[in-house]
Design a binder for this molecule. Sequence first.
Ligand SMILES: NC(=O)c1ccc[n+]([C@@H]2O[C@H](COP(=O)([O-])OP(=O)(O)OC[C@H]3O[C@@H](n4cnc5c(N)ncnc54)[C@H](OP(=O)(O)O)[C@@H]3O)[C@@H](O)[C@H]2O)c1
Length: 281
Amino acid sequence: MRWLVTGGRGMFGTDLVELLHECGQEVVAVGSAECDIRSLDSVRATVDGFDVVVNGAAWTAVDDAETHEAEAFSVNAVGARNVALVAAETGTRMVHISTDYVFDGQACAPYEPDHPQNPRSAYGRTKAAGEWAIRATNPDALIVRTAWLYGAHGPNFVTTMRRLAGERDTLSVVDDQLGQPTWTRDLAAYVIALVEGGEQGGYHHGTSDGQVTWCGFTREIFRLSGWDPGRVQPCTTREFPRPAPRPAYSVLGHDHASLGPWEERLAAYLERARATATGGR
Ligand SMILES: NC(=O)c1ccc[n+]([C@@H]2O[C@H](COP(=O)([O-])OP(=O)(O)OC[C@H]3O[C@@H](n4cnc5c(N)ncnc54)[C@H](OP(=O)(O)O)[C@@H]3O)[C@@H](O)[C@H]2O)c1
């Protein structure tokens, strides 16, 4: 199969491209310089000739979207619709990556894929609009929602906490938001499995199993790194205000084989990062 990955040099896109290479697949990665998904002409000039297009391109600056919603919309909604339209025109299977932020974060049981969207942030609104546009344009597209991503190829929570651990004696971390930390490489494997399995179009959830708060997640990062988790202190969302509202409950229900428990996958990620840093495998 010939794969095209838009946003192919982002945190998720880079892991997907790496994994596809390892699986012996033919893959082309494009960034915004080669394919700006806001432009239908640019997407038309790029997408033809592939069996699968994975749209990993997005405006991901959640807080900046509050003051730049139109710009975020042009990528997350118009751009997603452009990819869906051209994929439908050319008979290319589309996979789109979406987010837990399309939900309101007020639930107390996992959000199932067919749960109604009710975004509370500008970023969430633009991603929800992208989902609607794709469903209307290309019902065969796979829309994979994920959350709390970390990986080797972009700024993320794990990297930030490990850096802060070297700079401060103690850290205060939010303990009243629940979610599912997810390794981009696991999400990549899930996307490949959905496509290879000929899965039906529609919504799918690609996150690790279990649930934890940011504070609990940080304590596990510390424990697995050999540092005292007691250095991580709980605080509330109210004590750490951000421009965009954060969902209190971001646990997604799974309709498929799981990606694995978040603790086990975090350990695997850190082990791989250590092996890479020491030149091993
Ligand atoms: N990070 C998370 O925790 C998280 C959580 C839930 C869902 N998601 C979703 O997962 C997906 C991947 O996220 P990520 O963290 O890997 O993102 P990322 O590292 O920020 O990468 C996004 C990529 O999008 C590209 N891009 C931005 N504007 C573009 C445009 N107009 N045309 C074409 N490409 C454009 C950028 O490419 P250039 O650098 O070449 O401009 C960038 O490499 C996104 O859909 C995001 O919404 C992420």
